[in-house]
Design a protein around this ligand. Structure first.
Ligand SMILES: [Zn+2]
Ligand SMILES: [Zn+2]
Length: 438
């Protein structure tokens, strides 16, 4: 918040020039508005204003002769069936602060800087002690907001607070709608709904004090896939797609847990100006994660498909036999998603039970993850208590139900089937017997 080397701290009130009422930073509008008279002051222009706008490149499904044309998922990808490498387990079990320490220790020091300044509120006179790293803070007595004068007028901020490199920090974001208190309530609902899974983990009490607000870098793409699956009812093919899928650009957060927070409303896309962020929000730059980047969509499909097919068709046993996937990236589609996050570990042991909780800072959807000693994990999610209203006609995550299909003829034409009709008839003697008795 302040120029500490020179010891200069020029605190400025965010007050309306016209009527003196407190002004509120509004990322959606890109400025500060007076809630009393409506006076508006735009944020200072920064580099982020010159980031090219996002261009969506959706390709609608083609229908020929009443059949779906699935040329984009024609080639089966053997790599998509490769399980995540064993190091993934270590990454998943490492707590956020440890990961940050390994990757960018100076950012962790900056984040954990507990230095305060002591001052009297210029508005009500009461004594305040804001954290030096907070850009904007609120007087708890009178509600007046304050910020560092230089930062507010230039839009500059302390780049040390970014985890990763500043030039990999994305300029677009979805604004936070949820306060920390509302996010803690979402965690409480999650725990009440899944008492058996989170019973002893104390996530409700800890969320009240320890939830971390963060901006997580992702890239938007249309992810579409065709799979052949073996189940207890037979083998079948299905096709499914997720439009505007948020493809994580960091390994700092659990990719499977983050994936549960969808849908996101991209109709609210705005420019991120960290200088005008209120309170303490952790900022994460895109991370160069090498081969992981391309493999993450496959890991997520492997991990999530059994549960999705169970929900859609009641299938209990599911083995993926063949996978073809198509990832169509949108243009300039890099952005930051607003989340709240909490890491809990029971004791120090390497395999100790761990619980992670994440809340969608835009919609209020909450998800939790339990990592126990074994290989299996548990992920639970709960929709927001008050449904979020999506921007009309705007881009958002769209998830189609799995659609059983059967190949008919060239070019890549597939018939849509009901699940009952999709199971492939066994050939040979088995087929003969099933014809007699089936
Ligand atoms: Zn005013
Ligand atoms: Zn005050």
């Amino acid at each position: 918040m302040a120029d500490r080397e020179h010891g200069k701290i020029a605190v400025s009130a965010l007050a309306c020039k016209d009527c003196g009422a407190p002004m509120y930073p509004d990322m959606t509008k890109g400025g500060m508005s007076c809630s009393y008279c409506g006076h508006f002051v735009p944020f200072a222009p920064t580099d982020e204003d010159f980031v090219p706008p996002m261009t969506f490149r959706h390709k609608p499904l083609e229908i020929v002769d009443g059949c779906l044309k699935l040329g984009h998922v024609a080639i089966m990808d053997k790599d998509a069936l490769k399980p995540p490498p064993s190091v993934e387990r270590r990454i998943r079990r490492t707590q956020l602060d440890e990961k940050i320490r390994e990757y960018d220790a100076s950012a962790l020091d900056a984040i954990n800087d507990e230095a305060y300044i002591e001052m009297n509120c210029p508005h009500c006179g009461k004594q305040l002690a804001p954290r030096l790293t907070d850009n904007i803070f609120t007087c708890p007595y009178c509600g007046q907001k304050f910020g560092d004068y230089d930062r507010l007028s230039t839009g500059d901020f302390d780049a040390n607070l970014i985890v990763g490199r500043k030039y990999n920090f994305f300029g677009k974001c979805l604004p936070f709608h949820l306060s920390r208190e509302e996010a803690a309530q979402a965690v409480a609902s999650l725990r009440r709904r899944y008492m058996n899974d989170f019973a002893d983990d104390n996530i409700e009490a800890r969320a009240k004090d320890e939830l971390i607000a963060a901006y997580v870098p992702v890239q938007l793409a249309d992810l579409r896939w065709k799979m052949q699956v073996k189940s207890e009812r037979g083998t079948f093919w299905f096709y499914q797609e997720c439009l505007d899928w948020a493809w994580t650009r960091t390994l700092m957060f659990d990719a499977y847990l983050l994936d549960e927070l969808a849908p996101w409303d991209y109709g609210e896309l705005s420019i991120l100006k960290p200088a005008y962020l209120e309170g303490n929000v952790r900022l994460f730059a895109s991370q160069n994660i090498g081969e992981w980047q391309a493999a993450i969509p496959s890991f997520i499909l492997q991990r999530k498909t059994p549960a999705r097919l169970k929900a859609a068709f009641g299938i209990e046993q599911c083995e993926l036999l063949q996978v073809s996937r198509d990832l169509r990236k949108h243009k300039f589609a890099f952005l930051l998603l607003p989340i709240y996050f909490l890491d809990c570990k029971k004791d120090a042991g390497e395999n100790a039970r761990q619980t992670r909780v994440m809340v969608n800072g835009q919609t209020g959807k909450a998800a939790g993850l339990v990592l126990d000693e074994g290989e299996d994990d548990v992920i639970r999610a709960i929709e927001p208590t008050t449904p979020y209203l999506f921007t009309k006609g705007g881009e958002r995550t769209m998830f189609s139900p799995p659609m059983p299909v059967k190949y008919i003829k060239q070019p890549f034409l597939h018939e849509r089937l009901r699940i009952e009709d999709a199971f492939e008839k066994p050939s040979g003697l088995g087929g003969f017997i099933s014809k007699l008795f089936g």
